[in-house]
Design a binder for this molecule. Structure first.
Ligand SMILES: [Zn+2]
Length: 172
């Protein structure tokens, strides 16, 4: 899938959940591709849609940052952006590797289209429209405007650990 569409999809979804995290989420949503450049710059040869596109790696990072540790939602926005990249790449013909232990490709919705196909723009446009509608419902404030602030307040010593523990999963 093209970067434009990866960015649109992740950015739109993130704007509904937490607008301030959109840039980080877009950085994460393009990361599996630009990380390949980084690897190449360091002199390593790597396959396109290889090690940076492993579904279980991104999912593990996303779950870990969601439930174990994160700093102000930054790691979380980045990792879920990465997951969105893998899931949307999985809809294309070449698919993505599911886990590091198998060479089998993982496909979503049958993996029907090729990168650059008009369908991918249609999917991105559909996601953006749905997200605009959702953002409207939440008044454009984001679903969870205080989501990351619980840990921010904890850092500043405004609330104690118990308050942080009981509130950190409260979204609204
Ligand atoms: Zn990719």
């Amino acid at each position: 899938m093209k970067w434009l569409n990866h960015g649109l999809i992740a950015g739109a979804v993130c704007a509904v959940i937490s607008p301030p995290h959109v840039p980080i989420c877009i950085a994460g949503a393009t990361a599996p591709d630009w990380l390949e450049f980084v690897f190449k710059l360091s002199g390593k040869r790597i396959k396109h849609r290889g090690v940076t596109h492993i579904f279980t790696h991104w999912l593990t990072a996303a779950l870990a940052t969601s439930f174990i540790w994160d700093y102000q939602g930054i790691g979380m926005a980045f990792a879920w952006g990465g997951v969105s990249h893998i899931l949307t790449d999985a809809m294309t013909v070449s698919g993505v590797p599911f886990s590091p232990y198998s060479d089998r490709r993982f496909h979503l919705f049958g993996g029907r289209f090729r990168t650059g196909d008009p369908i991918e723009y249609a999917i991105a446009a559909g996601v953006v429209l749905v997200c605009i509608a959702l953002a409207h419902l939440t008044g454009g404030q984001g679903f969870a405007p205080f989501f990351y602030d619980w840990s921010g307040m904890y850092d500043k010593g405004l609330i104690d650990a118990l308050e942080w523990k009981t509130n950190r999963f409260r979204l609204i």
